[in-house]
Design a protein. Sequence first.
Length: 216
Amino acid sequence: MLYDFLKRLMDIIAALILGVLFLPIWIIIPILLKLDSPGPVLYKPERVGRNGKVFGMYKFRSMKMFEVDGKPVHAVEFWKHNPELYEKYKKGGWKLELDEDPRITRLGKILRQTSIDEMPQVLNVLKGEMSLVGPRAYVEPEIEDATKRYGNNITTLIKESLSAKPGMTGPWQVSGRNEIPWNQRVAIDADYAKRRSLLYDIYIILKTPFAMISKW
């Protein structure tokens, strides 16, 4: 369809422009990450994409590396050894305040507040796994937990959300981001997926920079 063609064209052009425009970030952030804490520059967590297809989403690492059984592992392994905090994380809508999340590095807090940690997702956009604008990329345990927590209604909304590619930015990001309860975020994403509007995409793109600096 024309919408899909134009959206893909916009994604490719925008991803290339962002890659060039933010070239200094691609140079400076890796250096700062290496100075701030040990570990890789990029992290590639699994996310659920369009129509439920799982993909690896590129991000600048914002979390510490932990040692488990003598081996360095990413902070996702931290939950297995801290079940009480993990339950708090789930009950909080799959989030913790940055100041109370022991996994986040000092630099990671800044990267997350400004969304700079998400810049490598331009690679996912070029690969066709993500779009510049779209619903939030979910984690599989999130979806499973939500079905138990909210019932069949949330299942329908999740399915509608997954009919579109996840985005680097989206309606949830410019509407309050983590302050919005999980079930409301999914409803916002589902509404976006049904709209299929390039004008709405442009509106979200224009609003995104203000959302990024609103944390400061």
